[in-house]
Design a protein around this ligand. Structure first.
Ligand code: PMP
Length: 405
């Protein structure tokens, strides 16, 4: 047997990959040759980039680079341990204090990613006697956290408050705790979660209220404080999650809330307890990013101006940008609905060849039959780049009969 011959033990994986190839949804990772920017080079091809979560252009901001370099020079490249053993540095504490102050809450804990922030929190604050009421389109990290908690999971129809209330009524006399949880911005459709209405339900039924603001942080609310701030619900949300990996431009996730919530997570959240803390450069970068949100709010304004212009032009060209068979986008995430998975992937590949990076998303990330090109606007795209992107989208869509010729 040569080294390359697959071992039979993993033959089921090979079969599944073949199945993806047959469906036309198997992909190869595109590799970025330079920096995450509105125009950049993937796999040697210069493209306008509509695919990253770099909402405010902070991934390569000079001040953030300098902060990372200075922290590396001062503290080295690694933290050396998990937070609870020997890996808590002053810069980690400073970042947590900065985020708590920014969000207007008592305390904050930083995790290695938004994924582990959600999964580690949901799984540790509830047990098997408890109930989780979760929007059907909530992020995978919430779903996984819910499963790990062993609590009873009840899924309400997307943003359907009446359905969430029906589910709460069914269990209101059960002794277990109830957690109501929603994304602040839904990552595939770009619509905003009904945080205020869910807070009303949580107050009425005594449920814990939790919001995942991964795509709302840096985008919604005062200076990008998120959806909870946008709805003036800071005092009514018990657990606010955010990410440092999107608008903040670096890597990580965080949970904000009361001092006791955070102290509890320090003691019980498994990704916090069992995984090494951030390198000091990442913490320093994030501190610089939060400072920038306060002193350069015009970035957020530019993001919204670009978003509104791009959406208007897409709709005028005849694209289905959601709102017919899927929720209507209200944020810089704008889907272009295609439906069929294979057609979507073909469209995305042709766009790339024509100079546009716009990722195709198919089942299982979105429901079967609702495949789409998912675009994300940033504050740093120029009007010329946006116009060029639109021209490519329209030309390729006409050629492929996605728009009438
Ligand atoms: N929540 C939502 C809604 C997300 O879209 C994401 C990122 N895909 C996450 C959480 C996870 O964040 P991170 O990339 O920091 O792990």
């Amino acid at each position: 047997m040569s080294d390359k011959t697959p071992r039979p033990q993993l033959a089921h994986l090979t079969a599944q990959l073949e199945d993806l190839r047959q469906r036309g949804t198997h992909f190869k990772l595109r590799v970025l040759d330079d920096e995450q920017a509105p125009v950049c080079t993937y796999d040697g091809k210069r493209v306008i980039n509509l695919a990253s979560n770099n909402y405010l252009g902070l991934c390569n901001h000079p001040k953030l680079r300098e902060a990372a370099i200075a922290a590396t020079k001062k503290y080295g490249v690694g933290s050396g341990a998990v937070r609870t053993i020997a890996g808590t540095m002053h810069i980690h504490m400073e970042l947590e204090e900065k985020i708590a102050a920014f969000k207007g809450v008592e305390a904050c804990v930083v995790f290695q990613s938004g994924f582990t922030a959600n999964a580690g929190t949901v799984s540790s604050i509830l047990g098997k006697e408890d109930f989780i009421l979760s929007d059907e389109l909530n992020h995978a990290s919430i779903i996984d956290g819910a499963r790990l908690s062993r609590a009873k999971i009840k899924v309400f129809r997307h943003k359907d408050i009446a359905h969430a209330e029906d589910l709460l009524k069914e269990i209101q006399h059960e002794p277990g705790r109830k957690l109501l949880i929603t994304d602040g911005v839904f990552s595939m459709d770009g619509d905003i979660g009904p945080v205020d209405k869910l807070c009303d339900l949580a107050d009425q039924y005594g449920a814990i209220m939790m919001v995942d603001d991964a795509h709302a942080s840096g985008v919604l609310g005062r200076n990008g404080r998120g959806s909870v701030d946008h709805f003036h619900c800071t005092q009514r949300v018990d657990v606010q999650v955010g990410t440092l990996s999107k608008a903040i431009g670096a890597l990580g996730g965080y949970v904000c809330g009361s001092r006791d919530l955070i102290d509890y997570l320090y003691h019980r959240a498994r990704p916090f307890l069992f995984s090494t803390s951030h390198p000091p450069s990442v913490a320093a970068t994030c501190i610089a990013a939060f400072d920038l949100l306060e002193i350069e709010p015009e970035r957020i304004q530019r993001l919204w101006d670009n978003t509104n212009y791009f959406k208007q032009q897409l709709t005028a060209a005849g694209f289905d940008t959601g709102g017919r068979t899927t929720p209507a986008s209200e944020t810089p995430i704008t889907p272009i609905l295609i439906g069929d998975g294979r057609a979507t992937m073909d469209f995305s590949r042709s766009l790339f060849q024509a100079g546009l990076m716009a990722t195709g998303i198919a089942f299982p990330t979105v429901p079967e039959g609702k495949a789409r090109i998912r675009t994300i606007m940033t504050s740093e795209h120029t009007r010329e780049q946006i116009d060029q992107a639109l021209e490519i989208l329209i030309t390729v869509a006409r050629k492929m009969n996605i728009l009438p010729a």
